[in-house]
Design a protein around this ligand. Sequence first.
Ligand code: DGL
Length: 270
Amino acid sequence: MDNRPIGIFDSGVGGLTVLQEVTKVLPHENIIYIGDTARVPWGNRSEEIIFKFSLQIADFLAERKVKFIVIACHTASSVALPLLKRKVKVPILDVVSPAIDEVLLKTKNLRVGVIGTRETINSGTWRRKLKEKKTRLKVFSIACPLFVPLIEEGLFNHKATEIIAREYLEPLNIKKIDTLVLACTHYPLIAKTIKKIIDEKVKLVNPGLTTARELVKEIKKRNLFSERKQRGEIEIFLTDAENKAIGVFNKILGHKFKVKIMKADLDKYD
Ligand code: DGL
């Protein structure tokens, strides 16, 4: 038994889609979430910068004595996972590895689309991990760099988002995919818009769901469940706690959760 919190991080608000899934399967756990709202988006940055930001945040969480870290960001998971595992002395779970089997179970015609940030797609991590398990699989990857800024602005069902989404996603319809991976934790927030454009037979995969289930398995394996009987507390740290970001947080989480929002300063982790 272990009453320490679980740490979850993302470049911004997208990781809340993972946090929501985690609270469903682990309702008695305390959670510390940190979103790097001062420096989002990360997805257009170099590997070196993504390493630096990810390590700073992992150190911030380790200092708060978290028992587990969930990287609720595909960009950081795709680029910085091996580095974080080497450098941080807290068990870590990424959002890519837990979802590979689910994608392979869903696809029947072995034609899969993957959409993510530029760095997630350029890293080739999704393609590599999928093809390692099924070499015959055809993977069609598309970077959608404008989605994250639109989502951080709270424009989930907005016509601007739909116009951009058509540019990115319509070419996928001629590839005859039957499964599409939302390889960015921000994208489930615009799933409705994505569904309008993608062929209706295509199944969407939200890796946040399998990540939450995998976290339960890991916590069980290590005997890390909390003894709490009441709902756990959620603390949210933002690196720039301006009103706009807080508004978007409320829009995503609604008023279901009692959350404390605080400002995080990462300068001292340089
Ligand atoms: N939610 C992050 C991801 O899953 C967005 C990255 C970004 O800030 O560009 O990749």
